[in-house]
Design a protein around this ligand. Structure first.
Ligand code: BES
Ligand code: MN
Ligand code: MN
Length: 461
């Protein structure tokens, strides 16, 4: 793959300029006001696929945002790699916390990235990452070095639960026929410590509403005699975790897979410095489930977190009010073998059971997703191991991560194909946060590593 690597070096600057074009499009899937931008972004992705030399490039409409698909079939007797990624992004809010505009990409140096990092919403999650595949494939096609077939499916609804992708998978099992699915939408441990993601958490997400009196009341006239829905909601939420940070919903832990001592030991051997972690986050101490380390708490254990809570008066100054309603968004990160639908049901039953008679409660489930694990004893995994070894000069470490990519479990269920999660981001990239960025080192390292994956996978298969 010498010609491929030379091609990548020669066209580096253009690759970055092209990525900036994608980053300027505010493809925010969660906000209907941006539907046109999401559509425009799909068009730009399709154009890049065509330019890369892919055939049959299509922008496939769905009841939500479109899926962009392309393929290059070189030889029916060769294996097929299906690349998956997402071109939609999270909302950039809160805007005031960004140092530069979220949709005006700029390269700046940072302590971790003295070579520079590109700052914009979607740089690491996932435009900068799926675009590495577009460029790696372009390089292999341009130099005649593509060793096997490639299909590419980039969706526009990952950040809102991939609702329409599931139906697309079910209807297109032939079109998506492949031997392995390659995904770059996760992180490595550090720039000099490559890792391959071997597990993702699942998700159950609910919105709750607590209603007390039929109108907002004077908190002096009625306060003390009428239940305050905000107080009630806070009490209910805080009762859902005990002093050991153990979730108290009955049945919550029923199906949680217990790791062997050897697996836990291996997990905790990954490089991690708790002091640096605390300093980076500006926290006095870590906090989590008793009996587990930080690495375990963020990978093999489930969680319950309030993502947002509101009600009453939040404007300037003091308004004395006893609000009529209180609401919250709550996420539960799940691990094998918890089932998101069952957990959502357990949550709902429990939330209703603990509500006092003084209020009424509602639970509205949002999208969820299954957790997933990738075995490390397969040739699909081995190819990723060898590819990273080639470009980093070091063996990558298998690592389970705390985030979720719900479609990965469905790939296995519907297409019966395993995914390899070979991402190149860093936990410090600011995913879903202000000042999201992606290191140029990581971007180029990814483009260089992907052709090695193709080479090793084709050779091993
Ligand atoms: N790329 C992330 C998931 C991720 C990030 C996995 C870092 C591992 C490490 C993905 O785009 C994401 O944000 N997923 C959502 C789930 C979805 C249902 C909204 C998440 O994890 O919150
Ligand atoms: Mn992502
Ligand atoms: Mn995301």
């Amino acid at each position: 793959m010498q010609a491929t690597q030379a091609y990548i070096q020669e066209h580096k600057d253009r690759f970055l300029e092209e990525l900036k074009v994608l980053l300027r499009i505010p493809s925010i899937s969660a906000d209907a006001a941006y539907a046109k931008d999401v559509q425009a972004c799909a068009g730009q992705v399709a154009e890049y696929m065509v330019n890369a030399g892919l055939n049959s490039v299509e922008i496939i409409p769905t009841p939500g945002h479109p899926i962009v698909y392309g393929e290059k079939m070189v030889d029916a007797s060769k294996p097929t790699v299906l690349i998956y990624g997402h071109y939609d992004v999270q909302p950039p809010d809160p805007l005031e916390l960004w140092d530069t505009e979220p949709f005006d990409p700029v390269v700046k140096k940072t302590d971790i990235h003295p070579e520079g990092a590109i700052f914009a919403r979607g740089t690491a999650d996932d435009k900068g990452q799926f675009f590495m595949h577009v460029k790696a494939v372009e390089a292999m096609i341009a130099t005649g070095e593509l060793p096997c077939n490639v299909k590419m499916m980039i969706e526009g609804e990952e950040e809102v639960g991939s609702d329409n992708l599931e139906g697309f998978l079910r209807k297109n099992t032939d079109k998506l026929k492949s031997d392995v699915i390659l995904v770059s939408d996760t992180s490595i441990i550090a720039k000099d410590t490559p890792s391959i993601t071997t597990g993702l958490r699942g998700l159950s997400y609910v919105e709750v509403k607590v209603t007390g009196p039929n109108r907002d009341l004077h908190s002096g006239v009625y306060g003390g005699a009428v239940a305050n829905p905000l107080n009630v909601l806070c009490n209910m939420i805080s009762s859902m975790m005990d002093e050991n940070k153990h979730v108290t919903i009955p049945g919550f832990y029923d199906n949680v897979a217990v790791l062997s001592d050897a697996d836990r030991k291996a997990l905790n051997e990954a490089p991690f410095n708790e002091e640096d972690y605390k300093e980076y986050l500006g926290i006095g101490d870590v906090e989590g489930e008793a009996g587990y380390t930080t690495l375990e708490r963020t990978s093999i254990r489930p969680t319950l977190d309030v993502n947002g809570i509101w009600g009453g008066y939040t404007g300037e100054g003091a308004k004395t009010v006893l609000p009529s309603k209180a609401e919250a968004k709550i996420s539960m990160r799940l691990v094998p073998n918890q089932d998101p639908d069952r957990i959502t049901q357990l949550f709902e039953d429990h939330f209703k059971a603990i509500a006092p008679n003084s209020v009424q409660v509602e639970v509205n489930p949002h999208h969820g997703g299954q957790p997933s694990v990738t075995p490390t004893d397969t040739l699909e995994y081995k190819a990723a191991h060898l590819a990273m070894q080639d470009t980093f000069g070091k063996a990558p470490i298998p690592k389970r991560e705390g985030g979720s990519i719900p479609i990965v479990a469905l790939f296995e269920e519907v297409l019966n194909v395993k995914s390899i999660l070979m991402g190149f981001g860093l936990d410090s990239d600011g995913l879903h946060s202000p000042n999201e960025h992606y290191g140029l080192f990581n971007f180029y390292k990814g483009i260089e590593t992907i052709p090695h994956y193709f080479k090793h996978y084709t050779a091993l298969k």
